[in-house]
Design a protein around this ligand. Sequence first.
Ligand code: DGL
Length: 257
Amino acid sequence: MEDAKRPIGVFDSGVGGISVLRALVSLMPNENYIYFGDSLHAPYGSKRLQEVRALTEQHVTHLLEAGAKAIVVACNTATSADISILRARYPHIPMIGIEPAVKPAVLSKEHPKVLVLGTPMTIHQEKFARLLEKYEGSAKIYTQPCPGLVEYVERGELTGTGIEQFLRKLLAPYIEEKVDAAVLGCTHYPFVAEMIQKILGDQVALYEGGPGTARETKRRLAQGNLLNPSKEEGVVRFENSDLTPEKLRLCQFLLHV
Ligand code: DGL
């Protein structure tokens, strides 16, 4: 197949990366996509680094074998663990990662207190420490790992008392601290953004990395002459290591919320 017509491979530990996929589809509706979610092994955020690297590399190999012209690692955890290794291994493939949207949260508006939510692995990685170092002079930054939150999203439990109580407990200290902005530093979290907003209050600005990652993907494809010239709407194919009918329904639902 002509290079530009090949699909974009999008990968996450589960259904979370669909928050990036929806930004990609909205920006480039004429592209074709293969979305692979590794729900069988989610959450990645509390696994060992070597394990996350091995799983990530296995799924990227699969997407490339399936004909992907570019890879979007739509997972902050896998990006922080493996993106430099992947870029070195596949120097000729556009390899786009995602990182917590700290930069826009700190610089786009005056936000003296910024909360960053992420998985335990993302928050403890060297890459994240370097990101924080850059912006620590401009805002007071609080970091909060959220073990357990990904599982709610994987179950499709986005509303209701269970998730509300979980988030109220997790976020209570930051209501007290009166944070000005919160970064949803895991691709699963935008699906519970409404609940987070309700708990923190409307005055708190929320940031997610999906739209920026989609813009970067478009830029990299254009640079490599890989944008699909077709004027027709592209196709999204969902693959999952645990593709039950419920999971497929959840994937399709999340793409349109
Ligand atoms: N959605 C992923 C992220 O952006 C990882 C969630 C997990 O599996 O722990 O970090």
